[in-house]
Write a protein that binds this ligand. Structure first.
Ligand code: APR
Length: 233
């Protein structure tokens, strides 16, 4: 059985990471467009760097929850038959035990050098515009895919969706493309599609099965179901 799991901010909500669209459409008091576009960065680089520096520092204050841990159990059972793609830029899947995580919107703990195009592991601040360890140019920006930029690894994602027997969407509002379109794409290629979300997403009608509740409850239960189908009774 080949499974593609897509996760969004909702899977990290019970860990204490705020979602994007639950609080008046604001993200930590900012409109997403004001901190998550290349234009915002060009206009006010210090403001954008300070915003992501705060998010990166906040990672030290949160822990993975049972939903992240359950997906690591699923990976241990399925190996490379699981393709885990996340829109999240936090590192809670990795800290929950997942070894292969496809971060389609980038990662907080990485910087992107505008001088040499390298992705540089980064845990500190970028707001003081440090030089790139590779090329020495002081052009490190958050390694985050902003609105108007192309998500990472779309070719790999497309292949995984085409081959999937099951597609599961967890904790995402279905408001942002291309991820919001994965359910229809996978469904057209024959996958059974399942939504696990606190409330119906914008695309809930496209799923074969939609279950609504907290990820910390729904995801471990779903993983147990899958594992039961793999193990002999
Ligand atoms: N369990 C499950 N789902 C939850 C929980 C929870 N405990 N808490 C909230 N949710 C759901 C909400 O109901 C909502 O549908 O998670 C979803 C979060 O939606 P968004 O805030 O829109 O986050 P996401 O879908 O990941 O956003 C997509 O938008 O701003 C961009 O690049 C950013 O990756 C992000 C993308």
């Amino acid at each position: 059985m080949r499974v593609v799991v897509l996760t969004g901010a909702g899977i990290s909500a019970e860990s204490g990471v705020p979602t994007f669209r639950d609080a008046d459409g604001l993200w930590e008091g900012h409109r997403v467009e004001d901190v998550a576009t290349p234009e915002a960065y060009e206009a006010q680089p210090s403001v954008v760097q300070a915003f992501y520096d705060a998010r990166r520092a906040a990672l030290a204050t949160v822990e993975p929850n049972p939903a992240h841990v359950a997906l690591a159990r699923l990976e241990a059972a399925l190996g490379d038959r699981l393709f885990l793609v996340t829109q999240n830029i936090d590192d809670l899947h990795e800290r929950g035990g997942s070894r292969h995580v496809h971060h389609m919107h980038g990662e907080l703990r990485s910087a992107l050098c505008r001088g040499c195009d390298q992705h540089v592991p980064w845990t500190g601040d970028l707001g003081d515009f440090p030089p790139c360890p590779g090329c020495g140019v002081a052009e490190l920006r958050p390694d985050v895919v902003w609105f108007g930029e192309v998500p990472y690894g779309m070719d790999q994602i497309q292949v995984a969706l085409q081959r999937a027997d099951v597609f599961v969407s967890i904790g995402t509002s279905g408001a942002v493309y291309p991820a919001a379109g994965f359910v229809q794409f996978a469904g057209r290629y024959g996958a059974r599609t399942i939504e696990l979300n606190l409330q119906p997403s914008e695309g809930t009608e496209y799923f074969d099965d939609a279950r609504h509740g907290p990820a910390g409850v729904l995801v471990p239960a779903w993983v147990d179901e899958v594992l039961a189908t793999l193990e002999p009774a």
